[in-house]
Design a protein around this ligand. Structure first.
Ligand code: TRP
Length: 328
């Protein structure tokens, strides 16, 4: 039986942090044997919040290098730039006829961005962000979309657009699947200050951070504010570092929890233990990253190869769309 298809992507904003990794990338890698994966660099989507294109190329290379270093296998999971496959823009245009402005204005992810980024005059393309995302997914007939939690409203819009297209143009045999979002069990890893992890805030650990940097960053992480001295009794449930232990050091959790509560374990030691676990996990990623950094042409070749594979699928889907719509 043919494998189900995954389509997922990220905007190229540069090097990835642990939140990006746990939120999506780890899942992509875990699922690449069971599914047929396609992964896109959403280089048109970045324009919705930043018109400058100066860094898109270097950010793309950094991000794809992280994907590869973390274990995404280009043979199993073609990777490509959205802007290189022209069918995205065409399908985006067609889909933009199938959804109302009011529906797009209700998108909670958009509302959050408008608030967080203080956007006063929303551009048309930003309102249409999920429409382009629907085109990304449905061009490859993606059935499963592993993403961060904040993307689920966009998957819901994608389902509505798929349904609308199918009923309008192909009621007897649906062209598009109604994709499902898939979030990781650890969907949100807070930043080192306990707030949402974000590069602009500077509270991240990057996948490409070396051991000294990770240790230094963890030293500054917030802990239980009432545990001031080593022997003070701690409350793991309010401690950020404990959250990190839960993810990166699950086997030591009972001991750390007990020793924090009883005051045997101080925050400095606890942080160092956590840093060394994270470093263990990052070590092979760093190692692999180095091989790509020394041969960036390889990364570019991988993208070109992904782009020719993706292009074939995109063309097939658009042929079908043209046929069903009897235009184009
Ligand atoms: N909107 C996604 C994000 O910001 C990136 C993205 C673009 C995407 N196209 C996609 C994710 C298609 C999944 C499927 O993270």
């Amino acid at each position: 039986m043919a494998k189900k298809r995954i389509l997922s992507g990220m905007r190229p904003t540069g090097k990835l942090h642990l939140g990006n990794y746990l939120g999506a990338l780890e899942n992509w890698i875990a699922l690449q044997d069971e599914y047929q994966n396609y992964h896109l660099v959403a280089d048109y989507h970045v324009l919705t919040t930043d018109l400058s294109t100066d860094e898109i190329y270097s950010n793309t290379i950094e991000m794809v290098t992280d994907w590869l270093a973390a274990g995404l296998d280009p043979e199993k999971s073609p990777m490509f730039r959205q802007s290189k496959i022209k069918e995205h823009t065409e399908l985006f245009l067609i889909f933009s006829m199938l959804i109302t402005k009011a529906r797009l204005e209700r998108n909670p992810t958009l509302k959050e961005q408008v608030r967080d980024l203080n956007i006063e005059n929303l551009v048309y393309g930003h309102l249409g962000y999920p429409v382009l995302q629907a085109a990304d997914i449905l061009l490859y007939k993606g059935e499963v979309v592993p993403v961060g939690e904040d993307q689920l409203p966009h998957i819901e819009i994608t389902r509505e657009i798929a349904r609308k297209f199918n009923t309008q143009y192909s009621p007897d045999s649906p062209v598009f699947p109604e994709p499902e979002g898939k979030i990781t069990s650890f969907a949100r890893l807070p930043g080192l200050d306990g707030q949402r992890m974000s590069k602009s805030v500077g509270n991240t650990i990057l996948l490409s951070d070396g051991p000294e940097i990770v240790t230094q960053k963890l030293r500054k992480a917030v802990t239980d504010p009432q545990k001031l001295r080593k022997n003070d009794l701690g409350r793991p449930e309010v401690c950020l570092v404990f959250t990190y232990h839960k993810k990166f050091n699950p086997q030591d959790i009972p001991e750390i929890e007990a020793d924090c509560r009883s005051g045997v374990l101080g925050c400095v030691d606890c942080k160092l233990r956590c840093a060394s676990k994270i470093n263990e996990i990052l070590a092979p990623i760093l190692e692999k990253r180095k091989t790509y950094e020394n041969d960036l042409n390889k990364v570019i070749d991988i993208l070109h190869d992904g782009e020719s594979k993706a292009g074939l699928v995109a063309k097939q889907t658009m042929d079908e769309v043209h046929q069903k719509m009897t235009i184009g």
